[in-house]
Design a protein around this ligand. Structure first.
Ligand code: SAM
Length: 340
């Protein structure tokens, strides 16, 4: 099965055949591709959700500005650095700073935070995930020391994008941001939700085709999960099986890629993490945010932030991975060299 050379109709057929879950063959091929590039290593990133204040009103997202039921918080610079210190003590070497599009974190402030982290921990990797900004802003953050940037494209179908977002947000700008980030030398992460409202098989094919063209270093894929105070409160969640299929197909499309077993997948299915590794995933992002704020970063209902999702429980994660024959790797975990 040569996924990279498949046409759109061929990809659609593979997705249709593996809609309920990846076949044994698909799983085996994806696991083999992962092993060729990364062995059985699982890379760990410390996730710091530093603000749930957001100017955007994405229809699916629990921290959308229109949701007045959210208990809003914003960490101070000192609190963010405190999370990094705690992570460094636990052995983390990659920190992901994620948040809503909060105007308080302008370039000066965010650059200062990135700079301070890199000054104290020069060997670590800093990943930002703070949405759409200007080219100049991305450039300043890169100069301050940011190594990576996660910006899911959410869907590669323009019409679908417009049904998930308010009219002020544009598909073109999202894609433009991703190419600008690449041009600036970031290791870039794109990605999408599986089962988001109005998603068709054709949308998923476009996601795969878009990723093939963009060639990102990371791809975040998780199921859509409804959040009760959003316009999509009554929409059904995406399925774990189809999410595993999309993970496997992305692994085969971009064999060198870093592919997280996402919290959203863990939230809808208790044994999902190992199943995700078996389908080609090789990253986990335990939560390093201050425990008192974790529940307020409520992107969707019942978001997991306990057990092995919590950075404090690294031992549990280690044991879980080891039982399944995987090895947790606490290094920076850069993307493998591409040799396709
Ligand atoms: N503001 C930044 C951005 O736009 O990239 C980062 C934060 S945003 C909340 C992070 C990701 O959460 C989004 O890219 C989206 O895919 C995911 N997300 C939001 N709401 C979700 C939901 N209801 N179900 C699953 N994932 C969701």
């Amino acid at each position: 099965m040569d996924v990279r050379s498949m046409s759109a109709p061929e990809l659609a057929e593979v997705i249709a055949l593996n809609r309920s879950e990846p076949s044994d063959e698909l799983r085996r091929l994806a696991a083999e591709a992962r092993e060729r590039y990364y062995g059985r290593k699982i890379y760990i990133r410390g996730l710091i959700e530093f603000t749930n204040i957001c100017k955007n009103n994405c229809l699916y997202c629990g921290i959308r500005c229109g949701n007045s039921a959210v208990n809003r918080y914003r960490l101070t610079d000192g609190e963010i650095l405190g999370c990094v210190d705690k992570g460094a003590e636990l052995g983390f070497n990659t920190f992901v700073l994620q948040g809503g599009e909060d105007a308080c974190f302008d370039d000066d402030k965010l650059c200062g935070i990135v700079y301070a982290i890199k000054e104290k921990y020069p060997e670590c990797a800093v990943t930002l995930s703070v949405g759409e900004r200007s080219y100049e802003s991305y450039k300043a953050l890169r100069s301050a020391g940011a190594d990576r940037y996660l910006l899911r494209h959410e869907t590669a179908d323009k019409e679908h994008y417009s049904r998930l977002h308010p009219s002020e947000m544009s598909f073109e700008n999202r894609i433009k941001c991703l190419y600008e980030l690449k041009e600036l030398g970031y290791q870039v992460g794109a990605g999408f939700m599986v089962g988001s409202p109005y998603q068709t098989e054709e949308c998923l094919v476009k996601d795969l085709m878009f990723l093939k063209q963009l060639e990102p270093d990371m791809v975040g894929i998780g199921p859509f999960i409804p959040q009760s105070q959003t316009p999509f409160a009554d929409k059904p969640a995406g399925a774990a099986g189809l999410t595993l299929t999309m993970l496997a197909l992305v692994r085969l499309m971009l064999p060198y890629v870093l592919l997280p077993a996402t919290t959203a997948l863990g939230t809808i299915s208790s044994d999902a993490r190992i199943a995700a590794f078996e389908a080609g995933a090789n990253v986990v992002m335990p939560n390093l945010s201050p425990p008192q704020h974790r529940a307020d970063y409520a992107l969707y209902n019942n978001k997991l932030c306990t057990g092995s999702e919590a950075a404090e429980n690294l031992r549990e994660l280690n044991e879980q991975a080891a039982r399944a024959g995987y090895e947790i790797d606490m290094s920076r975990g850069d993307a493998a060299e591409r040799k396709m």
